[in-house]
Design a protein around this ligand. Structure first.
Ligand SMILES: NC(=O)c1ccc[n+]([C@@H]2O[C@H](COP(=O)([O-])OP(=O)(O)OC[C@H]3O[C@@H](n4cnc5c(N)ncnc54)[C@H](OP(=O)(O)O)[C@@H]3O)[C@@H](O)[C@H]2O)c1
Length: 229
């Protein structure tokens, strides 16, 4: 029995380590990889993205494949996983696709200072959780586990990745490298500054490498739980 979900971080990076353009969405991956990501989504109970990704990408975060949705429904699950986001400022548009597309539950973890405002504006479209003065991903993960989330997919952006990785609560990293350069230091990177558990003295374990057309998928086992699955 674990106090947090099995956590899989999924991301597509450019050759030079960026995950988007400076202020707009950039589709880095290819159709084969989008389909692979769809299968991973279908295997999870919840998908988490940061508020900036909700604002910039306006993602739907649904399982796209009809057969995968039907398989989930046959197992008594909602067709798509729960959608989760995290915010300090609560500057989120209740009309965004994140909130309005699909029947899945939506959960917003919000810092205490803006939780009342978030509840007033987003309450009709999401469950708003007051996550304390400082939102910590470990605490958030424990809360998700208490809500029945056994398998969590983290899908960006870099600010959120950094916290999950530096808090050492990621079990598996799926990193796709796309054959493009972004070349703009104002663009978001895969991670920001931080003290990561993996370094020259403690290398991450590369578990699998797969080519999907012009992208390559690198799978890293970041905890012992990777082997339990
Ligand atoms: N290539 C890919 O696979 C991929 C996937 C996803 C996203 N992206 C890209 O990533 C970029 C966004 O990345 P990003 O790093 O700028 O932002 P992000 O990680 O998506 O979101 C950051 C925001 O999340 C909230 N947040 C993060 N940690 C928090 C905490 N501990 N407590 C409270 N709130 C917290 C804050 O929201 P508030 O500002 O509301 O307080 C913060 O500004 C976009 O360009 C998007 O296109 C790429």
């Amino acid at each position: 029995m674990h106090d947090r979900p099995y956590t899989l971080l999924s991301c597509c990076v450019s050759i030079d380590g960026y995950i988007g353009n400076a202020a707009s969405r950039l589709l880095l991956s290819n159709d084969a990889d989008f389909d692979r990501v769809d299968a991973v989504r279908a295997s999870c109970d919840a998908i988490l993205v940061g508020a900036e990704t909700v604002r910039i990408d306006n993602p739907r975060l649904l399982v796209r494949s009809g057969s995968r949705r039907a398989e989930r429904a046959a197992r008594g699950l909602p067709e798509s996983p729960i959608k989760v986001t995290v915010t300090r400022r609560a500057d989120l548009d209740a009309r965004a696709d994140f909130f309005n597309v699909g029947d899945a539950e939506k959960i917003v973890y919000c810092a205490t200072s803006r939780a009342a405002d978030a509840r007033r504006r987003l309450g009709p479209v999401a469950t708003v959780v007051d996550a304390g003065d400082t939102v910590e991903m470990r605490t958030l993960s424990t809360d998700l586990a208490a809500r029945g989330v056994d398998r969590l997919m983290v899908e960006g952006g870099g600010t959120v990745h950094t916290q999950f990785l530096t808090e050492d609560i990621v079990d598996e990293l799926q990193l796709t490298v796309a054959p493009v350069f972004v070349g703009d230091s104002a663009a978001p990177r895969f991670v920001g500054d931080g003290v990561f558990p993996w370094n020259a003295a403690r290398r991450a374990e590369l578990a699998d490498v797969r080519q999907l057309g012009d992208v390559v998928l690198l799978r890293y086992a970041l905890s012992a739980r990777f082997r339990e699955r």
